[in-house]
Design a protein around this ligand. Structure first.
Ligand code: COA
Length: 352
């Protein structure tokens, strides 16, 4: 049977380091508050107007392609996961194709919008295409440039301190080796809390949201509308919002649940996991999940301390770093899991 394997992995983090202390220049916050609640010490910000989500993703993709031992021309499908795209449309998939100089128009480019779970969704989609024999070299990229979309006023401090910029990429290929590659993936969604971790504006609701004025202002006198109004700008309604405690509470329930689902499907137990790479949402969430599943420290990868939450990029960045440091070895059982906006959550088990 054909499975999909990660044949190459790469990551890219912008050079500019923004420490918690640096944020205190703009926000009423403190290094102590941020570390205590999230474990984050610093994050990276890309260079405004020179870099974009696509260019960050391109740097990671080049490394993954080289490590897979293929040429960019061999890529037959692109999947790009991000919540901070260069443009409202088109998505970053085609921009990445152009940036990489892939002129082959036979390939497809898919954009997925599953926020923190984006990489797991992408992995699952790629796995299905490879298993059916449709594609042989899928480039999956998770990249974010959050720094351009955060609210640097005190009102946004609960969200702004958490997020950072970065990118990770993998090349997926078929493998016939018995028991190798992606063993299972599990995807979930619950739209009940869609607005609890979201950026509502701009959107087709035109500033009007479920009968309230919470997220914007309707203008019933015009038949159409504009995505962005001056009032939205004045009132700071163009930034992400998050119900932090609800997100925390739901995440610590869903992470173990979806990991257990993957283990049950494959007949493994938590003791069989060699390396656990959780989405880097918040160090406190990862620690609680680790404790609930009784996974020892040496098997858990956390680098949120250095990079903050990089959403769709966080798993490939952490996995890449772990692989580069020799923490992921051939034959290891690798467990990936994520939870985030949507709410969406998912897991994957990979025999490396
Ligand atoms: N610096 C200092 N104070 C801050 C702050 C900041 N950056 N952000 C919020 N505060 C203040 C609040 O205004 C509030 O003050 P008050 O008590 O005077 O009203 C106080 O800190 C507590 O706020 P609260 O939002 O209740 O904090 P919390 O304990 O829930 O921690 C989070 C906030 C965001 C760190 C926490 O809820 C969390 O980690 N949630 C999960 C977030 C996450 O993982 N998101 C990514 C999902 S993929």
């Amino acid at each position: 049977m054909t499975n999909s394997k990660i044949a190459g992995i790469g990551s890219y983090l912008p050079d500019r380091i923004v420490k918690n202390q640096d944020l205190t220049k703009y926000l009423d916050t403190s290094d102590e508050w941020i570390r205590e609640r999230t474990g984050i010490e610093e994050r990276r910000y890309a260079t405004k107007h020179l870099q974009t989500t696509t260019t960050l993703g391109t740097e990671a993709a080049k490394i993954a392609i080289e490590r897979a031992g293929i040429q960019k021309e061999d890529i037959d499908f692109i999947i790009f996961a991000t919540l901070s795209p260069d443009y409202y449309f088109p998505g970053c998939g085609v921009l990445l194709q152009r940036e990489l100089g892939i002129t082959n128009t036979e390939i497809g480019a898919l954009d997925i919008r599953n926020q923190c779970t984006g990489f797991i969704y992408g992995l699952s989609i790629a796995d299905q295409f490879i298993k059916t024999g449709m594609y042989k070299n899928i480039l999956l990229v998770g990249a974010e440039m959050h720094s351009m979309g955060l609210d640097f006023s005190d009102e946004g401090r609960g969200v702004t301190v958490i997020f950072g910029d970065g990118a990770g990429a993998v090349v997926l290929q078929p493998t016939q080796k018995e028991g190798q590659g992606i063993l299972t993936t599990h995807l979930h969604a619950d739209g009940t809390h869609a607005e609890e971790l979201a950026m509502i504006n701009p959107g087709s609701h035109g500033g009007y949201h479920v009968g309230t004025e919470k997220y914007g202002y309707p203008d019933p006198s015009v038949p159409g509308g504009v995505f962005v109004t001056q009032k939205m700008l004045d009132d700071g309604l163009l930034a992400p919002n998050m119900s932090g405690q609800l997100v925390f509470k739901t995440a610590v329930a869903k992470f173990p649940e979806v990991i257990r689902e993957a283990l049950a499907k494959t007949g493994y137990t938590t003791a069989d996991i060699d390396i656990f790479v959780p989405h880097q949402a918040n160090l406190r969430i990862s620690q609680m999940v680790q404790k609930l599943l009784r996974i020892p420290d040496e098997k858990v990868v956390n680098n949120i301390q250095k990079y903050g939450n990089t959403t769709a990029a966080s798993i490939p960045i952490a996995l890449c770093e772990a692989w580069e440091n020799g923490r992921v070895k051939d034959g290891d059982l690798v467990c990936l899991a994520a939870f985030g906006s949507g709410f969406t959550w998912g897991s994957a088990l990979i025999r490396w």
